[in-house]
Structure formats: structure tokens, C-alpha cells
Write a protein that binds this ligand. Structure first.
Ligand SMILES: NC(=O)c1ccc[n+]([C@@H]2O[C@H](COP(=O)([O-])OP(=O)(O)OC[C@H]3O[C@@H](n4cnc5c(N)ncnc54)[C@H](OP(=O)(O)O)[C@@H]3O)[C@@H](O)[C@H]2O)c1
Length: 243
């Protein structure tokens, strides 16, 4: 249920970099929630405007630099292109990383499978002065388009949120809530590895209780054991505070 301190201020501006399936789906949900939505893509705004207006009426097409000035900036471009994002423009911004390593789209990129580093930590390393939070990536495009529900709806799905700053995680949680999903804080950016592609939660369309269990079970999975070993964590995790 939405509590007063998690309500997104109506004046909140949401920037979205990427106007593909995910960027457009988030823009639609955000307009439905009454947010001021600004979208950028690799095309210049003049070439993007008609698509944005058709997909999410009321949203505006702007440059990446203008999107970067929004209160929260969602990044929904192919992960393999994240180094094309301008770190200077995004310095200080609260950035939501919705990207996943998808080899069909990104090509073979072993660095995105490095068990010592979550892909969101790689994004944070590039956007060194931004505050990166991981969310949206484990929810399927179909779920974003069709399964958003009002707070309190028994069929509402969970969305895991990982980040290193509790206030930033809470701010993204309020956004997630306003867009129609139950926010589920899921540890640090490093622990975002627990809902990357190939994990149990990825694409699972789970409620909060189910999603929490899936996050816990990550450490018992083959990938979880590889990650724990590579990071020098105990196989039981928890003993060292992970999870
Ligand atoms: N599809 C899913 O079910 C799903 C679910 C969750 C997360 N994700 C992740 O979300 C990300 C986007 O997926 P998608 O399916 O929406 O991709 P997509 O349909 O291929 O759209 C990609 C968008 O990124 C834009 N773009 C590419 N390079 C850019 C750059 N350097 N600067 C600004 N914009 C740039 C493109 O601009 P143009 O329009 O101008 O070409 C396009 O609008 C991926 O990392 C994916 O793994 C996908």
C-alpha cells in the first residue's frame, strides 16, 4: 500500500534515455501517473518527437543533456552502449539503470558476466558522479505494458531495487510505486547481481513475498555460488552481510 512518505511529488520530472520498448513502456506508465516525462534517444529530438507523442501523449522529446536535468533519469538503452552516455551531463543525477546484458543485442561482452561486478556497478563506474540505482530490468516488457496495478491490488507485482544509498532507493521506490509495482529494496548495487538475466527473479512476474524468497535463494543457485566464491563471501552468505 502507498504510504504518505512514499508518494511521488506530482511535480517530479522523469527523464528517460532510450525510446525503445522499455523506455516507451515506462513513459506511458509515468504519464498515467501524472509525471512530467522527457525522453531522449540516439536520434535528435526532432526525429523522435512524433514517436514519443504517439506512444506516450504529453511526454516530450528532448536531448540527452536535457533529460539529465530531470529529478530521476531512467536509462533504457542497450547495455553495450552505456559508455556512450555522457558522464558530465549525468553528474549528480539520480540514475535508474534498467539495462541488462543481453548477448543477442550487446554481442559477447565477458565483462558483463564478471562475477565480481554487477552490471550496474559497471554503469556506475562509467557514470562516476551519478547516483546509480538498479530497477526495472528484471520485469518483462510485457509486465510493464500490461501488469501495472494500483497500490493494494492483490495481483500487483514486485520490483526489486538495488542501490548504495537508502534515500535514493526510497526515491526510486516511490517512483516504482507510482508506476504500478510494489518496490522491494534488494541490497546494494553489488547485490543487483541477484536479479540480472539468468536468475530466478528475472522475468518471473512475482509478488513481494515470492520475489523476496527468490532473492534469498540466489545464493543457493549455481550463479550465486560462483559470485560468492569470486567475491570471497561465505557460501551461506549473510554471515558477511551480503544479501
Ligand atoms: N525488452 C525487455 O523485455 C526488457 C526488459 C527489461 C529491461 N530491458 C533492457 O532495457 C534496455 C533497452 O531495451 P529495449 O528492449 O527497450 O531496447 P530497444 O527497443 O532496442 O531500444 C533501445 C533504445 O535506446 C536508444 N539508444 C541507443 N543508443 C543510445 C545512446 N547512445 N543514447 C541515447 N539513446 C540510445 C535507441 O535510440 P533510437 O530509438 O534513436 O534508435 C532506442 O530508443 C536493454 O538494456 C534491455 O536489456 C529490456
Amino acid at each position: 500500500m502507498t504510504s504518505p512518505d512514499t508518494v511521488v511529488p506530482p511535480a517530479l520530472t522523469l527523464g528517460i534515455i532510450g525510446a525503445g520498448r522499455i523506455g516507451r513502456a515506462i513513459a506511458v506508465l509515468a504519464r498515467r501517473a501524472g509525471l512530467d516525462v522527457r525522453v531522449a534517444a540516439s536520434r535528435p529530438p526532432e526525429q523522435l518527437r512524433a514517436d514519443v507523442e504517439a506512444a506516450a501523449p504529453g511526454a516530450s522529446a528532448v536531448s540527452v543533456e536535457d533529460v539529465a536535468r530531470a529529478d530521476i533519469v531512467v536509462i533504457a538503452i542497450p547495455l553495450g552502449r552505456h559508455r556512450q552516455l555522457p558522464p558530465e551531463a549525468l553528474a549528480g543525477a539520480l540514475v535508474v539503470d534498467a539495462m541488462n546484458y543481453w548477448w543477442e543485442l550487446d554481442g559477447a561482452r565477458p565483462e558483463f558476466e564478471d562475477p565480481t561486478t554487477s552490471t550496474s556497478e559497471t554503469v556506475q563506474a562509467h557514470l562516476a558522479d551519478a547516483r546509480v540505482v538498479k530497477a526495472f530490468g528484471h520485469v518483462s516488457a510485457y509486465a510493464l505494458e500490461e501488469l501495472a496495478r494500483a497500490a493494494g491490488d492483490p495481483e500487483r507485482l514486485a520490483m526489486a531495487i538495488a542501490g548504495d544509498d537508502e534515500r535514493d532507493v526510497a526515491a526510486v521506490g516511490a517512483l516504482v510505486d507510482a508506476l504500478g509495482f510494489d518496490p522491494l529494496p534488494a541490497g546494494t548495487l553489488a547485490e543487483g547481481v541477484r536479479f540480472e538475466p539468468g536468475t530466478e527473479l528475472f522475468g518471473a512476474d512475482a509478488d513481494v513475498a515470492e520475489a523476496r524468497d527468490m532473492l534469498e535463494r540466489f545464493w543457493d543457485s549455481q550463479r550465486g555460488r560462483v559470485v560468492a566464491r569470486a567475491r570471497g563471501l561465505s557460501p551461506e552468505r549473510g554471515a558477511d552481510g551480503a544479501g
